[in-house]
Ligand binder design. Structure first.
Ligand code: NDP
Length: 675
């Protein structure tokens, strides 16, 4: 591929008509493309997102948005071979590209699936339970999330042009925010290919995804209070963005993932013959060499008990010596090139700074044996392992964004934690130990300084995804130096793009606003049992209130014998009398719930297909022999499933006794036919 990269702006592809600047193949130095945004109307892009993309997206429910994301991920999967081919030019081996390309597509699948399973088929997301604000229950509160009528701008780093874009796009899309992607110049051709594929597929509504290839200068000036910028890259650029007037005084929300001096700690319990030693060494070498160490989560600081230092240094050295560097297309190569010659210079400078207080144990920053490539024209660099002198400051300060790590000795667990904290906040940390006490002490010490921590030992190793992999269901981001931002984490990543608002109202108003029945609001009884109604006919508030039924001692005895639950409170009158909460025989909670089902169920075949669980079950008042109970069941939430001919109905269940007290409350979850 050659020629000028295009931006996708306001519904069409834009090509700058100046010379632009060259983007080069990381492994050969040859020009891959040129990049420029001269003449691109950034204001029009922002307007297009706001007036075309945003409204189209927000007219869809979370489930519909999730469905589109899933279709997009499937389409990208079908075209990923082209992306893999292009990815070699970034210096990535096939294994590296899998992290970027398959990792990115997998993240979209995962977020889409969370969108259908953990979000309602609606456009509003309720946060937590209703809060009762007054004495009688006529004034209640509910937190809810709504989509902002703004734009999600992503400014991305060069290292994961696919994953970095998709892991931000999917949550923003689900949240109802149209996205403008600004890829980093050195690998923008790969991001462009992905966006082109997505646009060509026609799957996403127009205006929900735009691409800016070239300088984003002036983009932030166009943003206002409902807009969000997620930035990944250097702390220096993050600093520029943080002080931009739109962010400082204009209310633009900024999320930052910046460089981070992640650590891996070897537990003091790990002996030279323990399987954990090998796991630790492998983890460090993997993190040094995958993507040639150009990973925001890579292990930069290898924190090791002083007594194990020589053993660990030798083991890592032996493995690094087997790491072949060169043309990433070659099957014999394990580590490809850095992204550019400039980046290699940056890494060499950083190594030079580290050498002020550390000695090189392995590798030569100035020379590298390479396979099937030109060591100088390509941005190749040998892995470099350093060992810090006691008290060294640089390893906790200088980030060499390449295949570089520094060994640091510790004396005891508290010392290891203190060393880790000197990184001033990291994205990811790991601890390799098989000692539960060490795990608790170190993890609780590290947690305030980290976004994610892996505890690795022989038990979880077979399934572990390793130190460096951000996972869509877990948060990605870290405090302090790591930028303070947070992405992913399942639905959390979606909610970052939405506005949480506390609504105070009467129960009826809250039901109308949220679409979920709220305790205290009107119930509807129209003479037809709600189990006879299909999803299309059911309404929020439809209710069945049962007749009362006595719970006899014979019922309790029978249940105890039948189930084998002969707990003394149900079977031994004297012992039960001494129980301070019951003061005598009481019915099993599960008996109460079972009897309640008998009271509300309409038995004949009909639209209700299955009961798939209960939520929030609480037993509030004991039921004594000869008490009578009744149940009220009310339709609380209706969630049609887009790809099935049934949907989920959540019912509010309240069991009361003859004194009108609540005995048990819970939500019954059922599947009900649409027709
Ligand atoms: P930069 O901060 O230089 O660039 C990151 C992104 O910001 C690029 O898209 C870049 O565009 C853009 N950018 C640069 N200047 C501005 C500006 N003034 N306003 C708006 N956007 C701007 O980082 P690099 O990609 O060059 O990476 C350098 C360092 O960043 C690495 O050495 C590493 O320390 C860190 N890094 C951290 C990562 C993390 O996730 N924590 C990931 C990758 C890198 P353009 O490319 O067009 O200049």
């Amino acid at each position: 591929m050659t020629g000028m990269l295009e931006s996708y702006a306001a519904g069409s592809w834009f090509r700058a008509d100046d010379e632009g600047r060259p983007v080069r193949d990381a492994t050969t130095g040859e020009e891959v493309a040129r990049i420029s945004s001269t003449g691109l109307d950034l204001g029009a892009m922002v307007q297009h997102a706001r007036t075309v993309g945003g409204p189209a997206l927000r007219s869809l429910t979370f489930h519909e948005r999730a469905g589109l994301l899933k279709a997009m991920a499937k389409d990208l999967t079908a075209h990923k071979d082209e992306l893999y081919e292009l990815s070699y030019a970034t210096g990535a081996t096939r294994r590296d590209s899998a992290v970027d390309i398959d990792g990115g597509i997998g993240t979209v699948f995962s977020i889409a699936s969370k969108g259908t399973r953990a979000m309602p088929n609606d456009t509003v997301y309720l946060d937590g339970d209703t809060e009762r604000l007054g004495r009688t229950g006529s004034f209640v509160g509910q937190h809810l999330y709504t989509s902002r009528p703004g734009v999600a701008v992503q400014i991305n780093a060069f290292n994961f042009p696919v994953w970095g874009m998709l892991e931000k796009l999917a949550p923003a899309f689900l949240a109802g925010a149209p996205t403008i992607v600004k890829p980093a110049a050195p690998t923008a051709y790969l991001a462009e290919a992905v966006v082109r594929r997505i646009i060509d597929s026609g799957l996403l509504p127009e205006g929900t995804l735009q691409l800016l290839c070239g300088s984003p200068h002036g983009l932030l000036d166009e943003l206002t209070v409902q807009d969000h910028v997620s930035f990944t890259g250097s702390a220096h650029t993050a600093g520029l963005l943080r002080t931009h007037p739109s962010v400082l005084g204009g209310g633009v929300e900024l999320t930052v993932e910046a460089d981070s001096l992640n650590c891996s700690i070897l537990g003091p319990d790990v002996t030279s013959d323990a399987p954990e030693l090998d796991l630790f060494v492998k983890g460090v070498v993997t993190e040094m060499t995958v993507k040639a160490g150009q990973k925001c989560t890579a292990i930069r600081r290898v924190i090791v008990p002083r007594h194990a230092m020589d053993t660990v240094a030798e083991a890592i050295t032996a493995r690094l010596a087997r790491t072949t560097v060169g043309n990433p297309r070659s099957e014999d190569v394990r580590m490809g090139a850095l992204v550019s010659l400039d980046q290699r210079e940056e890494v060499r400078k950083a190594i030079q700074s580290l050498r002020a207080s550390s000695e090189i144990v392995f590798g030569d920053p100035d020379r590298s044996d390479v396979i099937d490539a030109d060591a100088e024209r390509g941005a190749f660099l040998s892995p470099v392992l350093l060992r810090a002198a006691d008290g060294a400051a640089e390893p906790h300060d200088v980030e060499a964004f390449g295949p570089v790590s520094t060994l640091i000795a510790y004396d005891d667990v508290a010392h290891a934690v203190a060393l880790a904290a000197r990184g001033r906040g990291s994205l990811a940390g790991s601890l390799v130990t098989h000692d539960a006490d060490v795990a608790r002490e170190v993890v609780l010490g590290l947690a305030p300084w980290h976004g994610r921590i892996l505890v690795l030992d022989r038990d979880d190793a077979p399934e572990s995804t390793g130190h460096g992999s951000p996972l869509p269901v877990l948060v990605h981001g870290g405090p302090g130096r790591a930028g303070g931002g947070e992405e992913l984490g399942g639905i959390r990543g979606v909610l970052h793009h939405m506005q949480r608002t506390a609504i105070q109202a009467s129960p009826d108003m809250l039901t109308a606003i949220t679409g979920r029945w709220t305790t205290g609001s009107a119930r509807r009884e129209d003479g037809m049992h709600p189990f006879r109604k299909s999803l299309a006919d059911l309404r929020i508030g439809d209710t069945i209130a049962s007749e009362p039924r006595a719970v006899t001692l014979a019922d309790i005895d029978h249940f105890a014998e039948f189930t084998g639950d002969r707990f003394y409170a149900h079977t031994d009158p004297e012992a039960a009398a001494r129980n301070p909460l019951f003061g005598g025989i009481v019915a099993h909670g599960y008996l109460v719930v079972s009897l309640a089902a008998g009271l509300f169920v309409d038995p004949a075949p009909g639209p209700v297909l299955a009961n798939f669980g209960v939520d929030n079950l609480r037993f509030l008042t004991p039921v004594k022999a000869d008490d009578s109970i009744a149940v009220t069941l009310t339709v609380k939430q209706i969630t049609p499933r887009t790809s099935a001919d049934y949907g989920e109905v959540r019912w509010d269940a309240v069991v009361t006794n003859d004194a009108g007290e609540s005995v048990a409350t819970y939500d019954v979850l059922t599947l009900v036919s649409k027709e």
